[in-house]
Write a new protein. Structure first.
Length: 321
């Protein structure tokens, strides 16, 4: 088969011929891969920087996708092998980590949307108990996952979605998909933190794709402006685009009913993720969640990998003809 193969963590994958994997355990099956998304998580897999990396080479990146089973059925799958992933003509999957697709599902759209949507969907369904009419601040809302989080929060009953990001033009576009208020994060960090405090003091949840300095600076301005500091504010750390570490003011943890939690692999069980997939797939297939997929043949992986990324688009690789 042909695959995108990483042979060094210092360079991206190359399109080459590779031995076809074979099922070796119960519940495993060889499928034809129809579409697989190039997510930030895939890039960190391919350069060995993700916390789940085993440093084993060579590897085929790709953590999820849509495939065709031997009997012709289409499924969304999550790759369970950290070395032999989805960027290939074929892949071995564990059927227990796959979900049948409805007949009207678009494989490209599912491959593009599931990963960026999964983080906020699972967070709001599994990591925190949301109440009807909850209010949420999304830090990093102009990225692909952030844009999905805006839509998902509204879909799951948020009465107010505050979208925060650096790109003013992209922020403005988020009002069309559910953002009630936008906050620009560009400019002096202290001034930005004050703006967040003025705007987001009454939120119940912060979904944070940024972390780093923006998170540390924003906590106290938000907490100290709350009308009732005894009302719980849950800050959920998902991404770390602005830095892997954040300085947490000790007063933030003492001066209000405030908790910081994370959401990702390990904080939610595999079974928990799988239980959420059917409803999320239906929401995407029914047009309740939208994204902007850009399709490339897998043979172009080297050129695409090195091209400037657009956070509003999600690249999806399909088999080369």
């Amino acid at each position: 088969m042909y695959a995108a193969v990483v042979r060094s963590f210092d360079s991206g994958p190359k399109y080459e011929f590779f031995d076809t994997p074979e099922p070796s355990a119960n519940h495993e099956v060889l499928i034809d891969v129809l579409a697989s998304g190039l997510h930030p998580r895939v890039r960190s897999q391919a350069d060995g920087s993700h916390y789940t990396s085993t440093d084993e080479l060579p590897l085929i990146p790709g953590i999820d996708g849509v495939g065709r089973l031997p009997d012709g059925r289409l499924v969304y799958f999550v790759a369970t092998d950290s070395v032999l992933g989805a960027f290939a003509d074929k892949a071995v999957i564990d059927l227990r980590c796959s979900v049948p697709l409805p007949a009207h599902a678009d494989p490209v759209l599912i491959a593009a949307a599931m990963n960026p949507a999964m983080s906020s969907w699972v967070t709001l369904r599994r990591r925190v108990q949301v109440q009807p009419g909850f209010k949420v601040l999304i830090m990093g809302a102009t990225g692909n996952s952030g844009q999905m989080a805006v839509q998902i929060a509204k879909l799951l009953g948020a009465s107010q979605v505050i979208a925060a990001g650096r790109d003013q033009e992209r922020l403005h576009s988020l009002t069309a998909i559910g953002a009630d208020v936008t906050v620009c994060l560009a400019g002096d960090p202290e001034a930005v933190a004050r703006r967040l405090g003025e705007t987001a003091a009454e939120v119940d949840i912060v979904i944070d794709y940024l972390w780093g300095k923006p998170a540390g600076l924003a906590m106290l301005p938000i907490l100290t402006r709350r009308s009732d500091r005894s009302r719980l504010l849950t800050w959920i750390q998902i991404g770390s685009v602005a830095g892997a570490d954040a300085v947490i003011p000790s007063a933030a943890l003492r001066s209000a009913n405030f908790q910081i939690i994370g959401s990702g692999q390990g904080s939610v069980t595999p079974a928990g993720y799988m239980a959420e997939f059917p409803a999320l797939i239906n929401a995407i297939s029914d047009g309740k969640l939208t994204t902007n997929p850009v399709v490339f043949p897998l043979s172009s992986v080297e050129d695409v990998w090195n091209a400037p990324a657009d956070s509003q688009q999600r690249i999806v690789f399909v088999p080369s003809v």
